[in-house]
Design a protein around this ligand. Structure first.
Ligand code: EPU
Length: 437
């Protein structure tokens, strides 16, 4: 069933109101024993869903996490013409006809990665109109590099009245240098170039595993992409793309969050369904803290005494330490023995969790782009607020090792990116209760 924009708005604001009232009550733990399984990657599945707009044929996607962001992307592509069916973690998407070339503001305003539909719409229909995604809790987040790419491919791009509109009679391959290896721009340009005439090269491309997974998906659709995972991606345009079947890569950020959780306690925890090579910097830093991590095929075992040493961290584009694990790692460092520093180089405003961790007794100071963390013996329970997805994860980790029960408010942020979190943590004997007032 298709809804008008107004109807979408009403449904959305109802859901939003319910979600906004939810909070977690979390009790601390002493020991952690057992296993926990990682789901398909949020940041992997979202561009893949956008890429389904490139073909008239059905695409089957497996291991789709049940997340709020995924539901938002479903609604966006439905408005654009997709028929989406979901069964458990399987999704079938068919877009025999693009019904609209304008993405709805109600959804795009909720989630920046909805901008991913721009490249596919442009190359399939020659026109794409997407609301400006705007900044968010972690930074300004411009889209200049996406636009630079579309223009280089021959599109005219206009920004006005809160929209970005790109038009092209035909896209023609070009050589595009990204001033920064932006994940979003690399994915968007890669998708736009799949059906451009001739060869496109993206220099200084993002090397994140989610970019590689998208390239694999696009190649299964018949695209000709080589070099993903390196600085230079080469795309030879093809006439049309077909349907395909794909399993989303495991979520390295969810995996990293569980590894950090294991490290913070007296633990023997098996984190299942991971690609260990995607987590190299996180594993290296945890080992430096004094944790034992061993590979067991597609699983990682974390064994810890919970008594850890201070380390310094700098966030960097992949394969550097991921910015998405900066906040969770800060929760860990807030109670290690000694002083640590975290330098955030990807987003200019990704320290909102600091004041919340300090409410729990942490001793963290911000100096420019760095956080100086003085490790303390014990965190205390408090009422705290998730200011964004990863800040929320950090607060859950802090709550699990605080004295007393902690209430984390505004957990709708956490619902955006952690699949079945209560169930997964509950299976480990953790008491985490969702309260809706
Ligand atoms: N940037 C520009 N111009 C652009 C694009 C990006 O200046 O045109 C800047 C951004 O402002 C930022 C930096 O480049 O300072 C990195 O942005 P990037 O484009 O690489 O990130 P993104 O695609 O917007 C994705 C993830 C983020 C993750 C970053 C970095 C998705 C849906 N989101 O965002 O994930 O932090 O890459 O790895 O893939 C999260 O999951 O919590 C999350 C925020």
């Amino acid at each position: 069933m298709f809804y008008s924009n107004k109807q979408y708005g009403i449904i959305l604001s109802k859901k939003k109101k319910e979600a906004n009232l939810a909070k977690y009550l979390i009790e601390p733990i002493n020991k952690l024993r057992g296993e926990i399984t990682v789901s398909g990657a949020k940041n992997g599945v979202l561009p893949i869903m956008a890429a389904t707009l490139l073909s008239t044929e059905p695409c089957i996607i497996h291991d789709v996490p049940s997340l709020k962001d995924v539901s938002v992307m479903v609604e966006i592509i439905r408005v654009l013409g997709a028929k989406v069916e979901r069964k458990g973690s399987d999704m079938r998407v068919e877009v025999d006809e693009i019904k609209r070339t304008e993405a709805p503001y109600e959804y795009v305003s909720q989630m920046r990665s909805s901008f991913d539909v721009m490249g596919p719409l442009l190359t399939r229909t020659g026109v794409a109109r997407v609301p400006l995604p705007g900044g968010c809790a972690i930074g300004e987040r411009p889209i200049d590099l996406h636009i630079k790419g579309f223009k280089a491919l021959g599109a005219t791009v206009e920004i006005g009245h809160g929209f970005v509109e790109a038009r092209a009679e035909k896209l023609v391959g070009a050589s595009i240098y990204l001033d920064f290896p932006s994940v979003g721009a690399t994915k968007n340009i890669m998708m736009a170039a799949t059906m451009a005439e001739g060869v496109t090269t993206i220099e200084n491309a993002a090397k994140e595993p989610e970019v590689v997974d998208l390239a694999i998906f696009l190649n299964k659709m018949g695209a000709k992409i080589s070099g993903s995972g390196t600085d230079t991606i080469r795309i030879t345009g093809v006439e049309k793309l077909t349907g395909c079947e794909h399993t989303v890569l495991p979520d390295r950020i969810e995996a990293g969050t569980f590894l950090i959780m294991g490290a913070m306690h007296d633990s023997d925890l098996l984190v299942k369904n991971v690609v260990p090579s995607h987590l190299k910097p996180v594993i290296a830093k945890l080992i430096e803290c004094g944790v034992d991590i061993t590979e067991e095929g597609d699983d990682l075992r974390v064994v810890s005494s919970g008594k850890l040493k201070a380390v310094d961290i700098t966030t960097l584009p992949y394969p550097g330490f991921p910015t998405d694990l900066q906040a969770p790692f800060m929760a860990l460092l807030s109670k290690v023995n000694g002083n640590s520093t975290i330098m955030e180089t990807i987003f200019e405003n990704r320290f909102a969790h600091v004041s919340e961790l300090n409410r729990m007794g942490a001793k963290i100071k911000i100096e420019g782009h760095s956080a100086l963390i003085q490790g303390i013996e014990n965190l205390q329970s408090a009422d705290v607020k998730a200011t964004d997805l990863r800040a929320g994860a950090a607060l859950i980790l802090a709550a699990l090792s605080a004295e007393g029960a902690t209430t984390v408010h505004d957990i709708y942020h956490i619902d955006r990116g952690y699949n079945k979190l209560e169930e997964k943590l509950g299976n480990l004997g953790i008491h985490i209760t969702r309260i809706i007032e």
